[in-house]
Design a protein around this ligand. Structure first.
Ligand code: PEP
Ligand code: MN
Length: 355
């Protein structure tokens, strides 16, 4: 599909990278919204975010202030001159946001996974002209992300941006949502003129990782950053661990190094990120594989079976070196890796059997 996109940069906003969107995860009170907005505006940020309908993992928590928050955002716009953006997840949200003069809408990660929900939003947007940012779905499914973009595009929206906020996985270690940089990089290859912003806050889950992720996004030529910022992060009603203060935001933005877009080092950064992402996946898969080996060990113990079954091992090595050949991988190299993995599996099994 040939996307005829228009710039998401609003009048008066510096078109130079990065476009910065900052604000609290959630609008909580009028005072919190206004004081955070004033402090953010004084950092030179031109677009203010705040969630007023919050998708929470479990019921019973704070689910956003709802419609009342729109009045606070109108006040932010009036008093600071910043543009405003909120998350929309239903048709009613879209209509309320448009009526309140919200400048940019975003579709959240939990909504982006659901084609029915995205279509409902796209239908509500039909014929409107407002920038729409589409976060990646929570699972690393590039086609689903592109599908959401396409639904919004087909509704006639031309100012579209993507937001990379990381991907959830069974055992997220280190990050709240694993970055899998290769996914947004591939998105850029597929839709080259689509602006991509990075949301390091939701990738990180904790504030000390936000700076490094923001720099990495810049090195990978992302167009902008969406950073959760709160006047007193530790007291935030949602995502408190990953929000930074306006003061920290100011420091982060002034320390960011924006490298010349066409320098070869950027391509190298891109390739290295791909490798890092792939290595992360290899490690996660190895961890899962070893867990399964331990379960097999427990099964063998319960059923009084020996740990090592030589015929099965021979078959595995044989199969994998055939597969390696068909994938243009050196069979000797794959044999070595499979041997090392098998040895470690046996070690793990012996450990559980003898416990
Ligand atoms: C948010 O931006 O606060 C949010 C809910 O993000 P995501 O959809 O990425 O989880
Ligand atoms: Mn949040």
């Amino acid at each position: 599909m040939d996307y005829q996109l228009e710039s998401i940069v609003l009048p008066g906003v510096d078109p130079v990278r990065p476009v910065v969107i900052a604000g609290p995860c959630s609008a909580e009170t009028e005072a919190q919204v206004i004081s955070t907005a004033n402090a953010i505006a004084s950092c030179g940020v031109r677009i203010f975010r705040a969630g007023i309908w919050k998708p929470r993992t479990k019921p019973g928590g704070f689910e956003g202030v709802g419609l009342e928050g729109l009045n606070w955002l109108k006040r932010v716009k009036r008093e600071t001159g910043m543009y405003t953006t909120i998350e929309v997840a239903t048709r009613e949200h879209v209509f309320a946001a448009l009526k309140a003069g919200i400048d940019i809408l975003w579709i959240g990660a939990r909504t982006a996974v659901n084609p029915f929900a995205v279509q409902e939003i796209a239908d509500a947007l039909n014929g409107m002209d407002i920038p729409v940012l589409i976060k990646n779905p929570v699972n690393p499914d590039l086609e689903l992300w592109i599908g959401a973009i396409e639904r919004v595009y087909r509704a006639g929206i031309r100012r579209i941006g993507a937001v990379h906020r990381g991907f959830s996985s069974y055992d997220n270690k280190g990050y709240r949502n694993a970055p899998h940089w290769q996914v947004p990089i591939e998105l850029r290859r597929r839709i080259p003129n689509l602006p991509i912003l990075c949301d390091p806050s939701h990738i990180a889950g904790k504030r000390d990782l936000i700076h490094g992720l923001s720099q990495q996004a810049m090195d990978l030529k992302f167009d902008g950053l969406l950073i959760e910022t709160h006047c007193s992060p530790d007291e935030a009603w949602s995502d408190s661990q990953q929000q930074i203060t306006p003061q920290q935001l100011r420091q982060l933005l002034s320390a960011l190094v924006i490298r010349d877009m066409d320098r070869p080092s950027n391509n190298l950064a891109e390739l290295r990120s791909k490798i890092d992402g792939i290595d992360d996946q290899l490690l996660s898969l190895l961890a899962v594989r070893m867990q399964v080996a331990v379960e097999i060990g427990l099964y063998k113990k319960a059923n009084n079976m020996p740990v090592l079954q030589a015929t099965r091992y021979g078959q595995i090595i044989e199969q994998k070196s055939d597969m390696a050949k068909s994938m243009k991988l050196d069979p000797d190299f794959i044999r070595k890796i499979m041997q090392a993995i098998h040895e470690e599996s046996v070690k793990q099994q012996i450990k559980v059997v003898s416990e």
